[in-house]
Design a protein around this ligand. Structure first.
Ligand SMILES: NC(=O)c1ccc[n+]([C@@H]2O[C@H](COP(=O)([O-])OP(=O)(O)OC[C@H]3O[C@@H](n4cnc5c(N)ncnc54)[C@H](O)[C@@H]3O)[C@@H](O)[C@H]2O)c1
Length: 326
């Protein structure tokens, strides 16, 4: 499924957007939508929501600039509307980023449904709640699906597009086209699964990382350092399967499984027990406090974004030289 290329025509279809819930994720989406010239109505009951979103716009500006996007005067297309029905009236697209609570999301979609134009695309940023569950109280959930970003959505390319049982194929194609038009890398999941794909992978790695700290094998900063100087660097270029394909020798995965498959199969069955109880949480927090935790988070975030931009630009340069990613 692909946008068919004409991004500005796609964006014309979704000129009027509503961002419901503008915390960490929603404010970042708002910044990206505005940078692509879309009108954004923010609906969020937080009393200081205007400050939250404006602070995010300022914080995102250097990243948007580095992405080659407009980053000044974005507020001219931004509006705040506390009344939900008014906020969604006449919109072409909703990106929902409210509390991760299934009942709340179900009630929200049932409530906005009568106020929406038929063509409106309904996208939820939810990290784990599938569209089939979210749309349970709707009369027609054919335009509802999950568009799960990675934080911060204005920078990280991936969006997991996860249709529910009632999502129409057209809505899925529309979501893919929309996310491509705003520079994202949408990937459609063939089935709904709790936690989707990227977070399931993160969770599996986090479980092992906590185990290694629990057992005193490494400290949290040592573990992070091991990741960033090995698999983190590798995985920005090749995923686990293509990495091991190259690691297998001339016959790729076939020889990889011949040599290492048996041992890997045994190790898959040994899942070490991790008690992420208060004691382990405290160990992790205390170890972080005397290492990377000494750096203020906004400073860490700026370095994270600059470094990730540098990686994205370097990868784009290699692609341009070598004719696309293999
Ligand atoms: N934080 C992440 O890394 C991340 C990544 C991907 C997806 N998500 C998903 O995005 C969604 C939002 O997560 P977040 O981290 O931005 O949370 P957050 O707590 O930062 O933001 C949630 C926002 O929803 C607002 N809100 C509360 N009640 C509301 C209501 N009735 N109407 C409108 N807005 C309301 C809150 O005021 C707050 O600003 C969740 O579904 C989460 O699973 C989070």
């Amino acid at each position: 499924m692909s946008s068919g290329g004409n991004h500005s025509a796609v964006l014309d279809r979704y000129r009027n957007t509503c961002v419901i819930g503008a915390g960490v994720i929603g404010a970042s989406w708002a910044a990206l939508f505005l940078a692509h010239g879309l009108n954004v109505v923010v609906n969020d009951p937080q009393p200081n929501i205007e400050d939250v979103v404006r602070t995010m716009l300022a914080k995102a500006a250097p990243t948007l600039k580095a992405l080659g996007l407009p980053h000044e005067g974005l507020e001219k297309n931004l509006r705040f509307e506390a009344d939900l029905e008014h906020a969604v009236a006449g919109v072409d697209l909703i990106q929902e980023n409210g509390p991760e609570n299934p009942e709340w999301k179900q009630k929200l979609w049932a409530r906005v449904e009568p106020a929406l134009p038929k063509h409106a695309l309904l996208l939820s940023s939810s990290s784990a709640r599938p569209a089939t569950e979210q749309g349970k109280l709707m009369k027609d959930a054919s335009r509802l699906l999950v568009g799960h970003p990675f934080n911060p959505p204005h920078l990280i390319p991936l969006v997991e597009v996860v249709p529910g049982d009632h999502t129409s194929p057209d809505a899925t194609a529309d979501a893919v086209a929309f996310y491509e038009a705003i520079g994202k890398v949408p990937r459609v999941l063939k089935k709904e699964i709790q936690g989707f794909v990227a977070n399931r992978l993160q969770r599996a790695i986090m479980r092992e990382a906590c185990y290694l700290v629990q057992e005193g094998v490494v400290t949290v900063d040592e573990l992070d350092d091991i990741v960033t100087s090995s698999i983190g660097l590798r995985w920005a270029v090749n995923g686990p399967f293509s990495s091991f394909h190259m690691g297998g020798g001339p016959k790729g995965l076939e020889s990889f499984f011949q040599h290492l498959g048996k041992n890997m199969a045994v190790s898959f069955k040994i899942i070490p027990q991790v008690e992420l109880d208060e004691k382990l949480q405290r160990t992790i927090i205390d170890q972080a406090a005397v290492s990377f935790g000494r750096t203020p988070i906004p400073q860490m975030e700026r370095k994270r974004d600059d470094s990730q931009l540098a990686i994205l630009h370097a990868l784009a340069d290699v692609d341009a030289q070598q004719g696309g990613r293999s």
